[in-house]
Design a binder for this molecule. Structure first.
Ligand code: IVH
Length: 695
């Protein structure tokens, strides 16, 4: 018995040593291959690697394929795989102008007066609102395991490799050794590009004849969404932490205390200020209109947060934004120019939108010559006419819009004419009851709609057909009817006679080959991307993932009904009705049949290798508590491989809860809802399941 215990202890020590070496070697791999900045010599690396090999042999346990002894070169990338946040990322409500800030303050005071008397002299923490993009950093036992973009707030995209290039983000945090650090911690913050890095990047781009970025925000977003982390590394991104998701509870009882904790862990945080009344907040805001110029990075407002966590909790949230915080935005930059034309643009779904063509002007760093007028009501309300001087505005990422006409003096042009026929195909224009939009009724005959549908189908997040740009699509749709290149539907892409492209201007042999290869490759896109590519109304990229993970095949989605569709997370009556209507439309079925015949018919089973009849297949599983044999992220990855969807919170839709040690509120909730609860041993049995096993 005693020998046994000693052996166990020794094995445990060996495992720890091995894990540490693997982590270190992975970090060196990354520094060598991605950052191009190794900190040890090749000889030292080899020595570590041999030591690891020796220990792995000594331990005598199976060596995972991810061990540096089994892989050569850069670490395996999971770039852009969907990652569910353990707690949703919330957004912020905006306040424009002093009155809206006073309203916010009054609401808080009223709520606190009513229910929490004695707590009414509370404090606000004020932080600059960084103009970048939100990321969620998951740390397991202090080690960064997954970094994901915000996505829809629930599921984001894996950008871990790229995030590791940011010096402000620790790969492993050391501080507060003695303190209570949660086993699972989600640090939230903003990735941004400093003004200096932005200038330098655009200079480089210009020198190399590459496209310039409009502003630091776009540059940061573009740099974080690189497939090759070596490119991200050169872009010099930065990061500020501003909050925590999972794991908040044990890190203090106020936002300011939390910020100090994060700082002690090694995260970069912004300087914040504390105020206790609204007049002080507003005076401070005025001073920031100037101060923002001297900050080394761009900000688009200030964020006011209630400091006290108890009070925050008491306030709760509405519409995905906490009631206890608000973003006091700086006004959007406005510029005056003249309208030269008002045109009507036809979109993918036939919506016809008025657009002002204007004398080009620079707004918020970008040259603008077109601005949306949204819809007829807006056009009439603003009464924009040709020749008018108008104020154009562009806030952050928002498409430019005409804010208003500058007080018209003297003669004006005629009010804009509302088209009765589609400006592209001549079909009648319709307006549904209660809808602001007007639509072209041309559907399949309207080439403008077809072009937009095709552009969406081939785009990066959809079928991702590289080389098939807007220009080419426009050309192919405009081919004469008898041309072997003519595109009449998305299925025609897979029947293009590439030989017919030879000899056309700009189509060298190599370009045609690449295009052909890209079209062929796109047939292997996963089910979710295919579903998204079809452009079903209300089915965005995230809903497409949910649908594909639930149904696993096109047939299953096609043959289901509206009730079953609503079983899927995020699918409500409107989305379900739209999916159902898509499959009822005869023309859509024809296009799908043609796609299938061309070999474009992904299903999840093929992509994800789900063993037939696996007891967990298609189920929704939640992990809670601490697991002993696998890390939570490995368990989640293994589940995803099985086509099982690990989710963060327990709900009516959960099928199984895996409860590790010290499971808390999720276990309670699962028991209340009658959800099946199993332990880690059962999970391991399922993960190692083979078709011949008994269930
Ligand atoms: S707090 C629950 N603090 O602004 C509160 N957000 O418009 C979550 N942002 O999604 C956000 N600077 O990406 C917070 N100091 C700051 C921020 C900040 C920038 C971003 C963040 C958020 C967006 C909301």
């Amino acid at each position: 018995m005693q020998t046994n215990q000693r052996d166990n202890r020794l094995a445990e020590q060996l495992r720890n040593q091995i894990q540490q070496l693997r982590d270190e070697l992975q970090a060196h791999n990354y520094r060598y291959y991605i950052l191009d900045a190794p900190i040890i010599t090749d000889a030292e690396y080899d020595q570590h690697l041999r030591q690891l090999e020796k220990l792995e042999t000594e331990l005598g346990e199976p060596v995972p394929s991810s061990s540096p002894t089994q892989t050569v070169g850069a670490p395996i990338s999971h770039v852009f795989e969907p990652r569910e946040h353990l707690r949703p990322l919330l957004s912020l409500a905006n306040a424009f102008g002093d009155d809206e800030v006073r309203d916010f303050d009054r609401r808080l005071r009223d709520l606190i007066d009513q229910n929490m008397t004695g707590r009414d002299n509370f404090q606000y923490v004020v932080e600059p609102k960084i103009d970048g993009l939100a990321v969620n950093l998951r740390y397991e036992n202090r080690v960064l395991t997954i970094a994901a973009t915000r996505g829809d707030g629930r599921v984001g995209e894996d950008v871990t490799d790229n995030i590791r290039t940011i010096a402000d983000i620790p790969w492993r945090f050391e501080g507060d050794e003695a303190g209570d650090v949660p086993e699972l911690l989600e640090v939230r913050g903003e990735v941004y590009m400093s003004k200096a890095s932005f200038e330098a990047l655009n200079k480089r781009q210009e020198r190399q004849g590459e496209k310039l970025f409009a502003n630091p925000r776009n540059a940061a977003a573009g740099s974080l969404r690189q497939l090759d982390a070596r490119v991200t590394a050169k872009r010099q991104l930065s990061f500020f932490a501003y909050g925590v998701g999972e794991g908040t509870a044990s890190l203090g009882n106020s936002h300011s205390a939390l910020m100090q904790k994060l700082k002690s862990f090694g995260f970069a945080i912004q300087a914040y200020e504390v105020f206790s009344d609204v007049d002080a907040l507003l005076a401070n805001y005025q001073s920031w209109q100037q101060r923002r110029q001297v900050l080394p990075y761009e900000i688009d407002g200030l964020v006011y947060k209630l400091d006290d966590f108890d009070l925050q909790q008491h306030m709760g949230e509405v519409a995905r934004s906490p009631r206890w915080a608000v973003a006091h935005k700086f006004p959007a930059e406005e510029v005056v120019t003249t309208v030269e034309k008002i045109i009507w643009q036809v979109g993918r779904t036939g919506v016809v939108t008025p657009v002002a063509e204007m004398k080009p002007v620079k707004v918020a760093g970008v040259i603008v010559s077109r601005a949306t007028l949204h819809n007829i009501q807006e056009l009439q309300r603003k009464d924009v006419r040709i020749g008018d001087a108008v104020v154009v505005r562009r806030a952050g990422d928002v498409i430019p819009e005409v804010a208003r006409v500058v007080e018209p003096a003297g003669e004006r042009g005629e009010p804009a004419m509302i088209p009765e026929l589609c400006p592209v195909c001549g079909s009648h224009i319709e307006q549904a009851e209660g809808e602001a939009a007007i639509r072209c009724s041309g559907g399949l005959v309207c080439s403008a709609q077809l072009k937009e549908r095709l552009k969406h189908f081939v785009s990066r997040g959809a079928m991702d057909i590289e080389g098939m740009g807007d220009k080419l699509i426009e050309m192919l749709v405009d081919e004469p009817l008898d041309s072997p290149l003519k595109l009449k539907s998305v299925a025609d892409i897979f029947r293009i006679d590439f030989d017919a492209l030879a000899g056309r201007e700009g189509f060298a042999e190599k370009k045609i080959k690449n295009l052909q290869r890209a079209v062929e490759k796109s047939k292997k896109q996963p089910l979710a991307k295919f579903l998204f590519a079809l452009g079903i109304r209300h089915v965005g990229a995230v809903t497409a993932i949910s649908l594909s993970e639930y149904f696993h095949s096109m047939e299953a989605i096609r043959d289901t009904d509206i009730e079953a569709l609503q079983e899927v997370e995020d699918v409500g009556p409107e989305v379900a009705a739209s999916v159902s209507a898509f499959f009822e439309e005869a023309h859509n079925m024809e296009v799908l049949a043609a796609l299938k015949q061309a070999g474009v018919w992904p299903d999840l089973a093929k992509v994800k290798d789900i063993p037939e009849g696996h007891p967990l297949a298609g189920k929704s599983v939640v992990l809670t508590g601490s697991l002993e044999k696998v890390s939570r992220s490995d368990a989640q990855a293994a589940l995803r491989k099985l086509g099982v969807k690990p989710t963060g919170s327990v709900s009516k839709k959960t099928d199984v809860l895996v409860a590790g040690e010290n499971a808390g509120s999720k276990l309670k909730k699962a028991q209340e809802l009658g959800v099946e609860v199993v332990d880690e041993a059962q999970l391991m049995t399922w993960l190692n399941w083979h078709a011949e096993d008994d269930v």
